[in-house]
Design a protein around this ligand. Structure first.
Ligand code: R5P
Length: 304
């Protein structure tokens, strides 16, 4: 087996390779003055099983193009079975037409990957549980919820009191929070969130499902943090509802715009994310803790 990586998250790719007791294969990349990328692989891969790791976070289009060119190079050089590991799958929030006249960006990306003849995709905490079924190739959809459940249990050394609750900041995360509830045996609630589709601004201050009554500690769980406004809104609403300690969990740390500042200043104790997206030094803040998904991905690769 050979493992290659794009440039979006080399530290994660290195950790996965280490777990598999492999070395990352070299990728010869040249960027032309106009921004076009030329990708060349030099390892002999004919008849090999090949893994490609690339998260499609910012700059999303550049990272996707790099992934597409890598996959093309591998298939042209007769790799036998190609698994694309795309821990953060960009454009997945545009998974249907929200308003008349829109493109379905997710479907475009899926069609491109299929046309490049990938044999399998591995991703983690996709925006909706339905997304894997939109592919015509097998998708292994992993989840960071067991990792988060262990962390929650660790915070309270296995004895989370009756005053704790898991919270989804919107109804879209209900399946995720139910899964975590099964793992931790904690009750859950979901908040109501509205997003203005033109400005992106989020509002909402109601509990849509479950109850926060008599709860003092909350674990807010989401698939991703982009601008940070969803988490800040949820945390402030929880404080208004009498919650005293808030811990934030999100799989994908997209951290666009002012997210690190917003989170650092939100009424939360800690922010736990995974390394599905590489977080540069300047976006790290004191409340942040990064949990690695590399062992989970390596274990999944070994199984197949
Ligand atoms: C949306 O439904 C997602 O699950 C996240 O809640 C959202 O993408 C977070 O974005 P932001 O941090 O910009 O509010």
């Amino acid at each position: 087996m050979k493992i290659f990586s794009g440039n979006s998250n080399i530290p994660l790719a290195e950790k996965i390779s280490k777990n598999l007791k492999l070395k990352l294969s070299p990728v010869d990349k040249f960027v032309f003055p106009d921004g076009e990328q030329r990708i060349r692989i030099t390892d002999q891969i004919t008849g090999h099983k090949v893994i490609v790791v690339q998260s499609a976070n910012t700059p999303v289009d550049q990272n996707y193009m790099e992934l597409f060119f890598l996959l093309d190079a591998l298939k042209r050089n007769e790799a036998e079975f190609v698994t694309a590991v795309v821990p953060y799958f960009g454009y997945q929030r545009q998974d249907h037409v929200f308003r008349d006249g829109e493109a379905v960006s997710l479907e475009v990306i899926i069609r491109i990957l299929e046309s490049l003849k990938i044999d399998r995709l591995i991703s983690i905490d996709m925006h909706s549980v339905k997304i894997p079924y939109l592919f015509s190739v097998p998708v292994t959809h992993l989840s960071a919820m067991p990792l988060f459940a262990n962390k929650i249990k660790e915070i309270f050394r296995g004895s989370v009191g009756k005053s704790s609750v898991l919270v989804s900041p919107d109804m879209g995360g209900i399946a995720r929070i139910m899964k975590l509830s099964e793992l931790t045996k904690l009750p859950y609630a979901a908040l109501k969130k509205n997003r203005n589709l033109s400005t992106g601004k989020v509002t909402g201050d109601q509990v849509a499902e479950g109850s926060l009554e008599n709860k003092k500690i909350a674990f807010i769980v989401d698939d991703m943090i982009s601008s940070g406004s969803t988490m800040a809104l949820a945390a402030n609403n929880l404080v208004k509802n009498g919650i005293e300690k808030i811990y934030v969990f999100a799989t994908h740390a997209i951290f666009s715009e002012e997210a690190p500042d917003i989170l650092e200043n939100a009424p939360v104790e800690k922010v736990y994310v995974t390394d599905s997206v590489f977080i540069p030094k300047e976006k790290r803040f004191s409340k942040l803790e990064i949990l690695s998904i590399a062992p989970l991905i390596a274990k999944t690769i070994k199984k197949h």
